[in-house]
Design a binder for this molecule. Structure first.
Ligand SMILES: NC(=O)c1ccc[n+]([C@@H]2O[C@H](COP(=O)([O-])OP(=O)(O)OC[C@H]3O[C@@H](n4cnc5c(N)ncnc54)[C@H](O)[C@@H]3O)[C@@H](O)[C@H]2O)c1
Length: 337
C-alpha cells in the first residue's frame, strides 16, 4: 500500500540546501509548502523546476501573525526548518539579523508548531555549534562551544529546541550537517567564491594561510540525510551529518582552480577571519545506523558542482554586483598579507 502523502512546511526552501531538499521531497511525492523571506541569499530560480508542484509564501519567519495564518490554512504535519542567516562573516559585521531570524524566528515556528500540534519539527543546525576540534570528531553529546555570532545563534536555537523537547514533550529532531557544497550555492561561501573569481581571472581570497580544515558534504547527500532523519529519526534526538572527509582550505581551493584550468597564482592570502575555527569534524555513525550513507565522494561531487557553475555563469553573474558592494564593505577582508 502506498504511504499517505504528507504535507511538509519547508522554511528557507528558496536557499541553497533548502531548495535541494524541496526538489528531493517533491520527487518523493510529498506535498511541500515553502516559506521564505527571499533575503539576498534566497532565490526562486532554485525552485523553478518544481514551481508548479509546491505552494510558496514570501514570508518572514519572525512574523508571528503571518506564520500562524499559514499554519492554520495549510495544516502541515511536519516542519523542516532551514531558514537562517548563514554567513559567518556577515554575523561578525552585525549579528542583529542572525539573532532575529535564527533565534527569534525559530521561536515563532516552535510556537506555531505547538499550537497546531504538528507531528514533527526537524531543525537544521550546523557542526559549527560545537566549535573547533583539533583532533578526533564530535559526537552528538559534544558540548556546544560556538566561536562566532552565527554559530552562537544556531547553538541558541538548538538549546531552545532541546528545552521544548524536555518541557513540552515537543516532537523535534535536530540535524547538524557539516560544510555543504554543490549547485546553486550563493557565491559568498568558499567554493563558489573560488569559482566566481577564478572563472573571471580575478584574485581568489583565502583566509590566513589556508590551513583551516573543513568537512565537505555534497548538498544532495545532505538533503537525503535530512529526509532520512525526518522519516527514521527518533523524536528528541540529534544527528550529525557529515562526510568524515576533512581537507585544508588551501587544498580545496587549489583543486577547484585546477579544475577550471586556471593558475593557482590567482590565490591571494588575506587577513584571517576573527575567531576562525581551525577544524571541524563530525562522528556521523548515528545517522548511518538509520541507513544513510554518503553517495557522492568529494571528487564526484566537486566535478558535478564545477560543471554546473560553468553551465550557469549567467546565474552566478547576477549575484556579482551586490557581492562586490558587500566585499568592499567588509573590513577584515580588505588586507592582503
Ligand atoms: N551551507 C552550509 O554549509 C551549512 C552547513 C551546516 C548547516 N547549515 C544550515 O542549513 C540551513 C540552510 O543553509 P543554506 O546554506 O541553504 O542557507 P542559505 O543562506 O543559502 O539560505 C537561507 C534561506 O533562508 C531564507 N531566510 C533567511 N532569513 C529568513 C527569514 N527571517 N524568514 C524566512 N526565510 C528566511 C533566505 O531567504 C534563504 O532562502 C541553515 O539553517 C544553515 O545554518 C548550512
Amino acid at each position: 500500500m502506498r504511504t499517505r502523502i504528507r504535507k511538509i512546511i519547508v522554511t528557507g526552501g528558496a536557499g541553497f540546501i533548502g531548495s535541494e531538499f524541496v526538489r528531493l521531497a517533491v520527487s518523493r511525492g510529498y506535498s511541500v509548502v515553502v516559506i521564505d523571506k527571499l533575503t539576498y541569499a534566497g532565490d526562486l530560480a532554485r525552485l523553478a523546476a518544481v514551481s508548479d508542484k509546491i505552494s510558496f509564501y514570501k514570508t518572514d519567519i519572525c512574523n508571528r501573525k503571518k506564520i500562524d495564518a499559514i499554519f492554520s490554512k495549510e495544516k502541515p504535519q511536519i516542519v523542516i526548518h532551514f531558514a537562517a542567516e548563514t554567513h559567518v562573516d556577515r554575523s561578525i559585521g552585525d549579528a542583529t539579523a542572525f539573532l532575529d531570524t535564527n533565534v527569534g524566528g525559530t521561536h515563532v515556528l516552535l510556537e506555531a508548531a505547538r499550537k497546531y500540534k504538528l507531528n514533527k519539527f526537524v531543525h537544521i543546525s550546523t557542526d559549527e555549534v560545537y566549535g573547533e576540534i583539533k583532533k578526533g570528531e564530535f559526537s552528538e553529546g559534544g558540548s556546544l562551544n560556538p566561536s562566532n555570532p552565527y554559530a552562537a545563534s544556531k547553538a541558541a536555537a538548538d538549546l531552545l529546541i532541546k528545552s521544548y523537547i524536555r518541557t513540552y514533550n515537543f516532537p523535534a529532531l535536530i540535524v547538524r550537517p557539516s560544510n555543504n557544497y554543490g549547485l546553486w550555492q550563493y557565491p559568498e561561501k568558499l567554493i563558489p567564491v573560488v569559482i566566481l573569481k577564478a572563472l573571471n581571472n580575478e584574485r581568489v581570497p583565502v583566509y590566513g594561510e589556508g590551513k583551516n580544515k573543513r568537512e565537505w558534504l555534497y548538498v544532495k547527500d545532505c538533503a537525503r540525510g535530512v529526509l532520512t532523519v525526518m522519516n527514521k529519526g527518533a523524536i528528541g534526538q540529534t544527528y550529525n551529518l557529515g562526510s568524515r572527509r576533512q581537507s585544508r582550505n588551501i587544498d580545496t581551493v587549489k583543486k577547484v582552480i585546477r579544475m577550471l584550468g586556471r593558475d593557482s597564482k590567482l590565490i591571494q592570502f588575506v587577513q584571517d577571519r576573527p575567531g576562525h575555527d581551525w577544524r571541524y569534524a563530525l562522528d556521523s555513525s548515528k545517522i548511518a545506523k538509520l541507513g544513510w550513507t554518503q553517495k557522492f565522494d568529494f571528487d564526484t561531487g566537486i566535478k558535478e558542482t564545477v560543471d554546473w557553475y560553468r553551465q550557469n555563469t549567467d546565474w552566478l553573474n547576477t549575484k556579482r554586483e551586490k557581492l562586490e558592494q558587500y566585499w568592499r564593505s567588509v573590513y577584515f577582508c580588505k588586507g592582503s598579507k
